[in-house]
Structures are given as structure tokens and as C-alpha cells.
Ligand binder design. Structure first.
Ligand code: SF4
Length: 989
């Protein structure tokens, strides 16, 4: 091959000549008014491949350089599965080998706009992981014994379907449960369960985000915020949202955009996160004091009159507050303003300083910056403090108080309710909600819980409050993820309590070891899902798809089953659930099959092509027209581009007048609620008012009367923003009905003199929760989780150096970790990332998982469980030569095993922060050692349960839970009524 002109005789490129040549060529092309592309693909390296050329995209081989060897790719979109953001990915499918060579960003995706974090491209590691689960496996010995045999999909499906059919025909619906880790789809699994008549949806949300959600839910009737970061003047973050938080990459790039425009960033994080290093104000408070800081800022806005009084007058339910709490005052806005000032007068900067440890002058300065934001104040609180503390849900409720005072709600640069910035299409079939109520997930002690009390399941099973015949986990690892994981292990190994455990997972994990079946499911490039997430003022829908299927279909092949293109016998859940449902109800007599049947070909199974084809054709506004303009069906268009923007720049939907056609036989409620007899319009991208429910005449809530006009409002019982929550007041918690401050279980007054606070919730930006052990690139970057400790604490505790082993003692045991002595953490507080400490059991020779799992001995010695590493990560030979290059051995420590459960009595959130004692390791301790007493764990569980106020004592209307609160499945009215007996049931006291 001849040498290019830019390559002189010594083989090294003459970069100056190359740049000059490219510049000249570019100038010539631009002079002709054309787009310039460099090299084989004629494009700048800093730009994206234009979509017109995705069928045959050409790049030069970097390995062959200086020879110009061309690679020809087909670029196929999908979406990332490695966090909830669902960023767009482009799979580079080699046209010769028909294998994926790499993943990069999809520039056609409106949320991620072509960008990804490190975890997106690392999808390639997951796909090519030599240790992944490739075939259906069934246990061959005792459960948890480590012996497995390969079975066919037919064998697994028939056996599981038979169990489910028997349970359903024997009316044991509540013995079936599907527990989701990474959902990353909008409602598919819920509909499967509804088609079975089962209230068996369980989620991980109460160990994740329900504390954050609860505070927003009681304000807006919607449980998430959607900050318009890009247009904000002030960005206020509680947690590391720029670097590793919620909607990491889509949010981070918009925060960065705002900073470029001069926005100020305020970060409340006890730990110096990467986000905090980019902040204008990093506030490192005493854990649990965040709500007090928010209230001090709110109090400042109120007493200085720096709030949007007209917004408050029009949109807060202040009249309800006066009626419910201050009947002594005249029902005027002026009287409310006076009352508001009195309510928060105690939250001075000095008070917040005493609680948080942040100086009063600093708080005053921050408050002034916030006040100057006006309606361009964007805020977020998600895990972090809201997930760490008893009463943590008040962190997000007090944060949104600031937004609501500033009128920065659904404004440019403000914070929107999430569902206005997302879109959920109607599916082809919608089964009715179930006629049963699952007490194991929605127990009566927690009538206001935002999500399922998933992490209490082992204790409920041990207490005999139910049993599970068939328990599925889907991309979920309860032993490793939850607190008190060894109590999980105890019930998973007890066939009396869980009859059959089926792990649907792409990878081996700490829970799958105890399964009866391990069934291989696809990664983000091997499965179908649709999703839409709030990331800016707009609505989009993304399409995850098996990229090799799409590529081969583009080349003219007819693919009818995703297993035809996936490695081994890896499947996807959509096709699996359809097949399983047919085998449960083969003749349709149980009423299940109809929801998994083709409409186009009655009597035949629904295919994913028909499922998504119908959805895109019939319930995504604008997509059919857009596709038709290119001569494509909507499905073909989505397969080609991967995402579609339905709307942008919608602004505040609450202000929109409700159209005349939606108003029929209108009745106005006591808070101005407008009830209508007209049905919900069939096609709208405006989320209907949520479920405060029909009035006594069966009308639905359509909007709220504001100054004589019926506007869309908010989906709360009052139709307005609920400063005062009648729901909290009516359901037994009147003292917390207003945004307020609940002192944490780790408040200094609750700690013994020798205790510290352990922050255990923080994320690393390069780790996926339970699937990173199968990603060599991510493991190489991050493979340890030392305990952050301030130098003053280290000196006090005689911890001499970073790397020294320490014991961290919790209420139920201890962990042995390495110390990291750093000023990036507040004195009196220690912190440890939750990502590390992956393990596999000694003797499980058939099981393997990547570069981050230690081999451990786990045994019960009479006093409790003890875990000790018997093998570390080391290089090994596999189909991937890189596994022989592993240079690290550290895997960190699995801290969650040593935490007892701490259910918040209102939100149901597990309160993650721990009161701990830290000391140098004892002789014989080794890194990663764990000791846990599950008897003591049960005692702590029982202590926290005494904080609850069960529905049987507080329900104002004989129901188990306020009907208007969100719930994935909404059981029938009969099933939602309080039972006559049972824990927390019975008549109101
Ligand atoms: S932020 Fe990263 S992990 Fe999350 S979806 Fe985007 S690329 Fe994937």
C-alpha cells in the first residue's frame, strides 16, 4: 500500500501538513456552501455521523495506521440500559462480521444529544463479557448449593407456567411477585401482571428515591421534579446531580451549559463530590439538617418579601390551609401571608447554622443568591439526604417550598412537574387492574408509602404474613442491593417461604446463586423497551432495540425471535412474557391470553413488531406524519433513528385553560376543583389530572377554577400546589402536613458520644449498580470503596494512614474497610460508596463474574453470619484476552449487608444513614470482612415498625391508602378497602 502524502519517510505523520491540507479542503468545500467531511467518512472527528450515512459509515482502522484500512459500519440506534437516563446509543455494527464493534452517542436523541457517560460505551463490555449468562440454568442440588444444569427454554417455560397456572386457579394470586431492579421501560411488566390479575409488582424504589419523591408528590401530585437547568440562573442541588446523580448525563450537560451562561451552582453534599468541586457554593452540612437549611432560605424569602405573592395567591391551596388549620383568621390572602411569616419565623440563619454547622453568614449569602434567581431557579433532590434520614422526604418538600415561593414552577429556567416533560404512549392492550391487594408490598402500617415496602419482604415472610409461590427478580439483586441482605439470603434459601425463585438477569449476581432458575436476559443492545424521561422542557420517546436484529432486518433478513441474533440463548423480556403468558393460558379460558394476542392475526401470539408498531402508529402524536415524510412506517422510523421528540417548550401546563369539549356537566368543588362528566380525551400529550378520583356523581377532576377560569392545574386533591397536605393531615400525620423539619435518626442528639454518621448512598460516576462486575473498563477505573474520614477524626481514632484497615460497627454487625483520610468529608462523618464489595461463594465453580467479585466464605457461627474473602480478583484466561491483564485485586467491601432496615413511617423509604462506631481493625481482620447478626437485625426492624401509624387506625375513609397517590397497579375498590383483620387493619380507632 502506498504511503499517504502526509506520512514522511520515518513513518510519523507530519501533523502540520495534515492540518494545513484539511484546513484548505474545508475552506474550499465551505466556499461552495457544502457540508465538509474529513477523511474516509469526510467528517470532523468532533462531530457526529450524519444520519443519511448510517447504512454504510466508513472509518479508518486505528490499528492499521498509517495504512488506510477502512471499516464499514451500519449504525443502529438503541438506548443505554446502565442507568435510568436512557441516553441514546449508536451501535457500530461491522457490515462484514455483523458484530457490534463499539457504542457511541446517538445525535438524534433529544435527551442525551449525542453524549454519553463512561457507562454507555461500556455496554460493549457487557455484551462481550466472557462470564455472562448465556443459557437457561436450573439448580441441580440444594438451593444455593452452587450446582447448575443447563435446560432448554421450553423446559423452563413449561415448568414455570404450570406453577403459575396452579397458583392462579387456586386463587393464590398474592403468591406471585415480580421484583424489578432497573425498570427502564414504561409499564410493560405491570401490564403483564395485570393480565394475570396479580398485584405482584415490586420495585427497588423504597431503597432508592421514594424519600425524594414523597416531598414532591405531596406538593404537586407528581413525584419527580424536572429542572430546566439549561436556562436557569441559579441551580440548587441536594446530591451530586451534575456528576453522578439522577439523569446523570442529560442533566449534567445542561447544568454545564447553564454554567457557561453564568448560572450559579449551589450544592448541598456532606461529601466533596465531583459535582461539589464544580459548585459556586459547596455546603457540607451535618447529615439530616438539609431541610432546616432550606427552611432558613424560605424564611428569608418570606420575611423580606422576596417571593412571588401573585403566584402563591393563585396556585397554593392557602385557602384550604386557613380553613383546616386557622379558622381563627379571616379567609383572606393577606391573613395567610401573615400566618406564613409566623410559621417559618423560627427558621433563622442562626437556627439553621446550629443544626447544619454551616455559618449563618454563608447561609445568608446563599439565600440572597437564591432570592436573585426569581423564576429561573432550578432545583433537584433525589437520593442523598432524602434517602438517608428519618423524615428525609421533607428535604424535597422544603426544597420545593423555595421553588413555589419564587414562582419558579414550570417556568423557563425553573422546575417542572416531571410528567409534563415525559410521554407514555398507550399500548395495544390494557388489561384491567387486579382485584387483589398485595399486603407483602403494600402493608397496612404504611398507608402513605410512596412505593412498595420491598426491603421489608424478608421480615414479613419470616413473620408468617404470607408466602411466595413464585418470585421473579428482573435485573435485580436483592441480597446485594438491600440493607440486611443476609436476611434476604435466609428467606431465599427457605423453600417454605419462597417456593420457586426465578432470576431474570444478564449476569450472575449474589441473589441468583440462590435461584431455582437463572434465565439470561439481554443488555441494552439486545432487548426492546420504550421510555421517556424528564430532562428538559419537552417530551420525547426513546426506543431500545436489539441492534443486531435491526441491522439484519435492514439487510433484508426476516427475524422473528430476538434469540436468533443474541449471543447464546439470551432472550428479551417482552417476548418471554408473551410466551410465558400463552403457556399459562394456552386456550384462552383464563382470560390472560387475550392481552398477549395479535390484533392483526387473531389467535396468534402478539409479536414485538406489532406491539411497538401499533404503539408508534396510534399513540405517539406526530410520529406517523414524520415517518411518512421519509416513506417509512412509524416502527421503521424508530428502528432507524431511535428517538422522537413529541413536543418542546411547552411551558406551564397548569396555566392552560381546559378546553370546552372536556367540560360537561361541570361541578366545582370546595377548593375550586372542576369536576367534569366528559371522558379523558383519547389522544393528548397532556397528562390528565391524576386520581383524586371521581366526585359523588362519578365525575372526574379536569382542572381547577383560578380567578374565574378553569385551568389545568395540578393533579392533587385540591388541583393546586399543596402547601398544606390534607392527605397527611387526614391520614394521621397532621403535624407534618406543612413543609417542615423532622430531626433525623442520626441527628447529633440521637448519637452516643462515640458514634459517627456513615453516609452510604453515594454513587461513583463509572459504576452501574449491580452489573459493573461484568464491565472491564469500568472495573479498571473504579474497583474499591474506601471509607472517607476527616484527618481530625483519623487522628482521634489513631488511624495513621490512608489504606489502614478500620472496623465500622453498625447496629447489627461490622465491616472491615480501608480508610481514606481526606478533608473532603465533614468531621464526625464518614462515607463509603455503595458500589463495591461484589462477591461469589466459595465452591460455586460454575459461576463467574468479571473483574470485581471476590470469592468469599460465608458461614453462620452460632452468633451470626461471617464473611471472609478467600480469593481476590486476579488475571485469568478467557475468550477475552483482557481478563489476563487484570492488574487490580481490590474489590472493596459490601457494606449494605451490615445495615438493618430503617423504614420511614410516612414515605416508606429506607433511611440509609447509619450511626456507627469507627475504630482501627482488630488483629486478624482482613479487608472486606463482614459480621452480621440477623436476630439483632430483626429487633431493629421491630423498633422502627413501632413508629408507624397503621391504616386501620388512621384511614379516614375505610381504605388502605389514599386512592390518588401513585401506584404501579391500582387494585379494585373492593380490594383497596381495609380488611376486617390483619396487621394494622380493622376499624379506625
Ligand atoms: S447517563 Fe450514562 S449510564 Fe446513564 S443512560 Fe446515559 S450513558 Fe447510560
Amino acid at each position: 500500500m502506498s504511503r499517504p502524502a502526509d506520512i514522511p519517510g520515518d513513518g510519523r505523520p507530519d501533523l502540520a501538513a495534515l492540518v494545513e491540507r484539511v484546513s484548505a479542503a474545508r475552506a474550499a468545500v465551505e466556499a461552495r456552501g457544502e457540508t465538509f467531511y474529513q477523511g474516509a467518512s469526510r467528517i470532523y472527528l468532533a462531530a457526529f455521523p450524519p444520519k443519511e450515512r448510517w447504512d454504510d459509515w466508513v472509518e479508518l482502522s486505528s490499528r492499521a495506521w498509517p495504512a488506510r484500512e477502512e471499516h464499514h459500519y451500519m449504525l443502529v440506534p438503541t438506548t443505554c440500559f446502565n442507568c435510568e437516563s436512557a441516553c441514546g446509543l449508536l451501535a457500530y455494527v461491522d457490515r462484514g462480521t455483523r458484530q457490534v464493534r463499539k457504542f457511541e452517542g446517538n445525535p438524534e436523541h433529544p435527551g442525551s444529544r449525542g453524549r454519553n457517560c463512561a457507562k454507555g460505551p461500556a455496554t460493549l463490555n457487557q455484551v462481550t463479557d466472557p462470564d455472562r449468562v448465556l443459557y437457561p440454568m436450573k439448580r441441580a442440588g440444594r438451593r444455593g448449593g452452587g450446582l447448575w444444569e443447563r435446560v432448554t427454554w421450553d423446559e423452563a417455560l413449561d415448568a414455570i407456567a404450570a406453577r403459575l397456572r396452579t397458583a392462579l386457579t387456586e386463587a393464590r394470586h398474592n403468591e406471585i411477585m415480580v421484583h424489578l431492579g432497573r425498570p427502564s421501560e414504561d409499564g410493560y411488566t405491570e401490564r403483564v401482571l395485570a393480565s394475570w390479575g396479580v398485584d405482584g409488582h415490586n420495585s427497588h424504589t423504597n431503597v432508592c428515591s421514594s424519600g425524594g419523591r414523597t416531598g414532591f408528590q405531596f406538593w404537586m401530585g407528581i413525584d419527580r421534579p424536572s429542572p430546566d437547568y439549561a436556562n436557569a440562573k441559579v441551580i440548587y442541588l441536594i446530591s451530586a446531580h451534575l456528576e453522578a446523580g439522577h439523569y446523570f448525563n442529560p442533566h449534567a450537560q445542561r447544568i454545564t451549559q447553564a454554567r457557561g451562561n453564568g448560572a450559579k451552582v449551589i450544592v448541598l453534599d456532606t461529601r466533596l463530590s465531583n459535582t461539589a468541586t464544580h459548585a459556586d457554593y459547596w455546603l457540607s452540612p451535618q447529615p439530616g439538617s438539609e431541610a432546616a437549611m432550606n427552611l432558613a432560605i424560605a424564611s428569608y424569602l418570606i420575611r423580606t418579601g422576596r417571593y412571588d405573592a401573585e403566584f402563591v395567591r393563585r396556585w397554593w391551596n392557602w385557602e384550604q390551609y386557613l380553613t383546616g388549620c386557622r379558622p381563627d383568621l379571616p379567609p383572606t390572602f393577606g391573613a395567610f401571608q401573615d400566618a406564613l411569616g409566623e410559621l417559618y419565623a423560627e427558621f433563622t440563619f442562626e437556627y439553621a447554622a446550629a443544626e447544619s454547622g454551616i455559618g449563618a453568614a454563608v447561609l445568608a449569602e446563599v439565600a440572597e443568591v437564591v432570592a436573585g434567581a426569581g423564576t429561573r431557579f432550578a432545583c433537584h433532590s433525589w437520593r442523598s439526604a432524602a434517602a438517608g434520614n428519618l423524615g428525609g422526604w421533607q428535604v424535597s418538600r422544603t426544597l420545593f417550598l423555595i421553588s413555589a415561593l419564587l414562582g419558579a414552577v414550570a417556568t423557563e429556567g425553573g422546575t417542572f412537574p416531571s410528567v409534563w416533560n415525559k410521554f407514555v404512549p398507550r399500548p395495544i392492550h390494557t388489561p384491567p387492574h387486579p382485584g387483589v391487594w398485595q399486603d407483602l408490598s403494600w402493608p397496612l402500617e404504611f398507608p402513605l408509602a410512596q412505593n412498595e415496602l420491598s426491603f421489608l419482604l424478608p421480615h414479613f415472610l419470616k413473620a408468617g404474613r404470607g408466602r411466595l409461590d413464585t418470585y421473579f427478580t428482573r435485573v435485580y439483586n436483592p441480597v446485594w442491593t438491600n440493607p440486611d441482605g443476609l436476611s434476604w439470603m435466609e428467606v431465599l434459601t427457605d423453600e417454605e417461604q419462597i417456593g420457586c425463585y426465578i432470576a431474570l438477569t444478564p449476569t450472575w449476581n449474589e441473589s441468583a446463586y440462590f435461584a431455582d432458575y437463572v434465565l439470561p436476559m439481554g443488555h441494552g443492545s439486545e432487548r426492546h423497551d420504550t421510555h421517556s424521561y424528564e430532562q428538559y422542557d419537552g417530551q420525547w420517546i426513546g426506543f431500545r432495540q436489539p441492534v443486531l436484529r435491526a441491522a439484519r432486518e435492514r439487510l433484508g433478513e426476516d427475524i422473528t425471535d430476538t434469540r436468533q441474533v443474541n449471543p447464546g440463548e439470551v432472550w428479551e423480556e417482552n417476548e418471554w412474557w408473551i410466551e410465558l403468558s400463552w403457556r399459562i393460558d394456552p386456550d384462552g379460558s383464563m382470560g390472560i391470553r387475550q392481552y398477549h394476542e395479535s390484533r392483526a392475526r387473531p389467535g396468534s401470539k402478539l409479536t414485538v413488531d406489532e406491539y411497538y408498531g401499533w404503539m408508534f402508529e396510534n399513540s405517539v402524536p406526530g410520529l406517523p406524519e414524520r415517518a411518512a415524510a421519509e416513506g417509512l412506517t412509524p416502527l421503521a422510523w424508530m428502528r432507524r433513528y431511535g428517538a422522537f421528540e413529541i413536543a418542546s417548550g411547552q411551558g406551564g401546563l397548569h396555566e392552560r385553560e381546559v378546553p370546552e369539549e372536556e367540560l360537561r356537566d361541570v361541578a366545582i368543588g370546595p377548593a375550586g376543583q372542576a369536576y367534569t362528566a366528559a371522558p379523558v380525551p383519547a389522544s393528548t400529550n397532556i397528562v390528565p389530572m391524576a386520581a383524586p378520583g371521581p366526585d359523588s356523581e362519578g365525575r372526574r377532576l379536569a382542572g381547577v377554577m383560578v380567578d374565574g377560569i378553569i385551568r389545568r392545574g395540578f393533579p392533587t386533591p385540591s388541583g393546586r400546589l399543596e402547601f398544606w397536605s390534607s392527605t397527611l393531615a387526614d391520614w394521621g400525620w397532621p403535624e407534618h402536613a406543612l413543609p417542615g423539619y423532622i430531626k433525623s435518626h442520626v441527628h447529633p442528639s440521637a448519637l452516643a458520644p462515640d458514634q459517627m454518621v456513615l453516609l452510604s448512598t453515594f454513587r461513583l460516576p463509572t459504576q452501574i449498580h449491580t452489573r459493573s462486575a461484568n464491565s472491564k473498563w469500568l472495573d479498571e477505573v473504579s474497583h474499591t470503596n474506601p471509607v472517607w474520614i476527616h484527618p481530625t477524626d483519623a487522628a482521634r481514632l489513631r488511624i495513621a494512614r490512608t489504606g489502614d484497615l478500620i472496623r465500622v460497627e453498625t447496629d447489627i454487625g461490622y465491616l472491615v474497610a480501608k480508610a481514606w483520610i481526606t478533608e473532603g468529608i465533614r468531621p464526625g462523618v464518614v462515607a463509603c460508596s455503595h458500589h463495591m464489595g461484589r462477591w461469589k461463594l466459595t465452591g460455586h465453580s460454575q459461576v463467574s463474574a468479571g473483574g470485581m467479585m471476590a470469592t468469599v466464605d460465608l458461614h453462620h457461627d452460632g452468633d451470626g453470619w461471617a464473611m471472609h474473602a478467600t480469593g481476590r480478583v486476579k488475571p485469568y484466561r478467557s475468550a477475552d484476552p483482557d481478563t489476563a491483564r487484570f492488574w487490580w485485586s481490590d474489590t472493596g467491601v459490601h457494606q449494605n449487608l451490615t445495615f438493618p432496615v430503617h423504614p420511614d413511617p410516612i414515605s416508606g423509604m429506607h433511611c440509609w444513614h447509619q450511626a456507627v462506631r469507627v475504630r482501627p481493625a482488630a488483629p486478624g481482620d482482613t479487608h472486606g470482612d463482614i459480621a452480621v447478626d440477623t436476630v439483632r437485625a430483626r429487633e431493629v426492624y421491630e423498633q422502627w415498625m413501632t413508629l408507624t401509624r397503621p391504616a386501620g387506625h388512621v384511614s379516614p375513609d375505610g381504605t388502605r391508602r389514599p386512592r390518588w397517590l401513585m401506584r404501579p397497579l391500582k387494585p379494585s375498590a373492593a380490594a383497596s378497602a381495609l380488611p376486617a383483620d390483619g396487621p394494622g387493619g380493622g376499624p379506625a380507632a
